[in-house]
Design a protein around this ligand. Sequence first.
Ligand code: LLP
Length: 423
Amino acid sequence: MTAAPHFPLRDGVLHVENLPLSDLADRYGTPLYVYSRAALKEAWQRYESAIAGRNALICYGVKANSNLAVLHEFQQLGSGFDIVSGGELARVLAAGADPARIVFSGVGKQGWEIRQALAVGIKCFNVESAAELERLADIAQEMGVRAPVSLRVNPDVDARTHPYISTGLKENKFGIDILKAPALYRQARQMPGLEIVGVDCHIGSQITQISPYLDALDKLLTLIDVLAADGITLRHLDLGGGLGIRYTDETPPHPAELLDPVFAALQAHGLGHLQVILEPGRSLVGNAGILLTRVEYLKHTEVRNFAIVDAAMNDLMRPALYEAWHGVIPVQPRTGTRTDTYDIVGPICESGDWLARARQLPLEQGDLLAIESAGAYAFSMASQYNTRARAAEVLVDGTQHWLIRPRESVQDLYAQERIPPRT
Ligand code: LLP
C-alpha cells in the first residue's frame, strides 16, 4: 500500500500535507472529503510546464470537482474552464473565471444556458449536433451577437477505457460524425449568428495511453485540410480531456507526453499558429483528494468479512457505477490486530453499495480509513440517497485547513418539500 505523495504516513498516522487526518476527522466528523492544495498546484504545474512557451490553453473540466474553492484555485493559477451546463457557468463565474477562457461542451444545451453564455461572452461553444447549431445561430441572431463555434466531432477512435466513460466511438451519443463535419461547417459559415473558431473532440476519460489521442488528432488534421480547401480557417484545436490518473498500478502519461507530439504534428502540418486547448478534469484533481470514513461495524459471515463504514455509494458512486478500484488506507495502521480480507461497504440498502472489495486490512471498529483518489467525480457525483446528507469538504494547505462546504443537515434535505392539503 502506498499513499499518494501529499498524503504521507508520518509517525504512524496518515497525513494530508502536514496535518494528521485523524485531527480533521475529530474536528469535522466523517465522512469527509479532504483536498490538498499542494497536490492541486502540482497537478496544474504538470500541465503548465507542458504548455510553456506554446499557444495553448488548459480549460479545467469542471464536472470532476466543482467546489468554488477548487475552481478558484485553478482560476488563480491561470486556468480556463470547460463547462457543461448553465449551473457550471454560474459556478465558474462565482469563482472569478474570465468568460474569455470558458468553453461550453455538452450534447443538450438548453436555450437559457446558451443565452447566459452568450450574454457573458464565452470563448467557444462546442456544438454537438446540427440541431444545436441551428438553435445557437437563432439565439445569437436574436441577441444581436455572433456565437463563437467549434464543432465537436466524433473521430471514431477507441480510447481503450471503461465503456461508460468512452465517448469517441461511433455508437456514442457524443459529437458529430467526422465525415459529416465539413458539410456542417459549410452550413455554419452561411449562418449570420455564428463565427467559426475551432474544432473539438473528446474521446473519453481515464485514458492511460497516448495513441488514441494521436489517432484522433490525425483525423482532425485531415478534417482541417478539407476545411482549408473550402476556405474555412480555424483559430484553435481542442483535444478534450481524459488523461488518466493512478488508482492502482496504472502509469498514466505526463501531459507533456501528450502535448509534445501534438505540437510537433501541428508544426509539421503547417498549423503551428493554431491554439491547442485541453479540458482535463480528473488528472488535475483526482489524486488531490481522499474520502475519510470511519468503520462503524465489522461483520464476519461464513463467506465474507465486511467493514461497514459511514461513507457509502452516495458519497462515492464510482465503484457501484463502474466497478472502479479505489485504494483504502488505514489512517492509523494497526500492528497487533489480525489482518482479514474485507469488503468495505456502506450503510445503503443496495448490494451495489460497496467502496472496495477483498482488501487485506487489520481493522477494528472505530478505525478511520482514507479512500484514495476521491478528488475527482466523488463529491461532484454525490447524491442524498437514503436521506443521507452530503459530506463536508475541507481544503488543506500545510497545517492550515478551511471548511469549503459544510456537511448538509438532515433538515436541509427536505426543507424545500411541501405536503399538499388533504382533499
Ligand atoms: N471534456 C468533456 C467534453 C468531457 O465530457 C469530460 C468528461 C472532460 C472534458 C473531462 O474528462 P477527464 O479529464 O476528467 O477525464 N464519472 C466518470 C468520468 C466521466 C467523464 C465525463 N466527461 C468517472 O468517475 O470516471
